[in-house]
Each structure stands twice: as C-alpha cells, then as structure tokens.
Design a binder for this molecule. Structure first.
Ligand SMILES: NC(=O)c1ccc[n+]([C@@H]2O[C@H](COP(=O)([O-])OP(=O)(O)OC[C@H]3O[C@@H](n4cnc5c(N)ncnc54)[C@H](OP(=O)(O)O)[C@@H]3O)[C@@H](O)[C@H]2O)c1
Length: 271
C-alpha cells in the first residue's frame, strides 16, 4: 500500500506512539486527522506540521464519548471525503492491585482502551469498507496474558483484541485489513499518566524510559505492517516468547511475570 493521499485517523495523536504515527504518515504525504483531548497540544502540533495547507487537521476528541467519536468520523468525511486507515491508539494504563483499586478506575481504563476503540471503529467501518482500508489496534502483550497491578489494562487490551478479531472475520471477504500491533515497553507518557488506586496519575515512571523502544520505531512498525497487510504484529522477542510458552508452560510464565513486576520500583506486589 502506498500512503500518499490516504486519509488516516490517529486517536491519541497528542503524545507518544500516536504522535509518532501522525508524524510518520504526514511524512508519507497522507492526509492525517489527529484526535485527542488536549486541544492546545494538537493546535501546536498542527502548526509544527504545517497542516494549514490541508495535509492534516486536528479534532478534539474524547474517545470515551460516543458522540465525539461520531463527530471525529463525520468531520473527517466532511473534510477529506473518505477514510483509508483508522489507528485506534488512544490509551491509558493503571497500577494498583485489585484489592485496593476503586471500581471507577477500572471502568475508566475500559472506557478509553476498549469502548474508545469500539466507538471509533463502529463509526468509521462503512467508510473503511468502501476504501478497502485498514483498522489498527495498538495493543500490548497485556492483551495476551494478564499482568499484575494492571487488571483493567490487561482486560481492556484482551477485549480490544477479541473485538478487532471479530471485526476482521466479519470483513474477511470485504478487503478490509485489521491489524493488531502489540508494542513492547515504549518511551512515552503512559506510565506517568497511569492511574493509581484512587484514579490519580502516578506521575513517576517505574521504568528507565530513556532505554525503552522509541515511539518512532513503533510507528515505523505500524506503517510496515499495514503495507504488508499483516494481521498481527508482536514487536518484542520477549512478547513472542511469552505467547509461545503460555500454551505449554503457563505456570512458568505466571511466575516469570510475577517476579518481573514485583522487582519494579514501588511495585504494589512488594506490600
Ligand atoms: N508505551 C508503552 O510502553 C506501550 C506498550 C504497549 C502498548 N501501548 C499502547 O500504546 C497506546 C499509546 O500509548 P503511549 O504509550 O503513546 O501513551 P501516551 O504518551 O500517554 O499517549 C496516550 C495518548 O492517548 C490519548 N488519550 C488518553 N485518553 C484519551 C481519551 N479519553 N480520548 C482521546 N485520547 C485519549 C492521550 O491524549 P490526551 O491526553 O490529549 O487525550 C495521548 O495522546 C496505548 O493504547 C497504549 O496502551 C503502549
């Protein structure tokens, strides 16, 4: 697939992987629609990317609000007349044990990661069927195996994957590509914004962000996987090994994950 003049919606385009995807598609001469809640950031980015000529626009969108997602699709059609690629990237994480976390935190994570994907995909689907385009879900190995302290995050990614797999099969004969790309640990704001037990951003990251994968590398993988019409892409060897061993020695996988997450600074498992 060539990307020039393709119309691409990226949710969560104000930061991290979404921002890197928006930049990468703009560099390929796509028409990019950047969606997120932070209007000021999007406005600044649209100046930086010189969107004025029509190569990109931004639409303030909270993906937990169904009407916002409908407006995102409607305004994209009004501006560009078609949708070729939808990148369901907007996401938040959490870090707290189930025994401590407020139920509303779990619902918030599901609302953004799962329902945000459902709304945007549902409204964009007729146009993507028309263009024989692509729906992408930015997922995580948390969607394949539950992670401790991340109950809702793991549930939301597993739910998103199940949802997108069903959409893929429903559209098998319609020329629509559905790509689920699972990134590894990537340097971004996700851990700073991850919700604690009370729903506040945890502010500090437990990981050495400077040593993690760059969002630009994830974006390159997204574009390459779309071009190759891939179904699934698991970006790290660690993730691929986990998924392989999960079927044959699941207890070992549980114990390895437990150790890894217990050893993180300030891990809730250390209590
Ligand atoms: N970083 C990693 O290690 C990693 C690994 C695997 C998968 N992922 C996945 O990658 C995706 C992007 O995360 P990231 O690492 O790039 O994190 P990030 O830097 O925190 O970016 C998250 C993006 O999502 C947007 N967002 C959050 N809530 C939203 C809402 N209600 N409506 C619309 N947009 C919303 C944020 O924008 P606003 O705040 O402006 O709305 C921001 O643009 C997520 O789905 C995440 O689960 C990340």
């Amino acid at each position: 697939m060539k990307f020039d003049n393709k119309v691409v919606i990226v949710t969560g385009a104000s930061s991290g992987i979404g921002l890197a995807c928006a930049k990468a598609f703009i560099a390929k001469n796509s028409k990019v629609v950047m969606a997120a809640r932070s209007e000021d950031t999007l406005k600044k980015l649209s100046h930086e990317f010189e969107c004025q000529g029509g190569k990109c626009i931004y639409i303030k969108t909270d993906v937990t609000i169904e009407e916002d997602c409908k407006r995102l699709v409607d305004e994209t059609i009004k501006k560009y007349g078609r949708i070729d690629i939808l990148i369901n990237n907007a996401g938040i994480s959490m870090r707290a044990l189930l025994k401590d976390v407020k139920i509303e935190v779990l619902k918030k994570v599901m609302d953004v990661n799962f329902w945000g994907t459902v709304y945007c995909t549902k409204f964009a689907l007729p146009y993507i069927q028309e263009s024989k385009g692509t729906i992408v879900g930015i997922s995580s190995i948390a969607g394949f195996h539950g992670l401790p302290g991340r109950t809702a995050y793991s549930a939301s990614k597993a739910a998103m994957q199940g949802f997108l797999e069903s959409v893929r099969i429903e559209n098998l004969k319609k020329g629509v590509q559905v790509l689920i790309l699972s990134a590894g640990f990537t340097s971004s704001n996700i851990r700073m914004n991850a919700l604690d037990a009370d729903g506040n951003p945890q502010i500090e990251t437990p990981l050495p962000e400077e040593r993690l994968t760059s969002p630009d590398r994830v974006a390159r993988n997204v574009l390459r996987s779309i071009r190759k019409r891939k179904r699934n892409r698991i970006m790290t060897a660690e993730g691929q090994l986990m998924i392989f061993f999960q079927r044959i020695i699941p207890v070992l996988v549980d114990n390895t994950i437990y150790r890894k997450f217990k050893n993180e600074p300030n891990s809730p498992l250390q209590e």
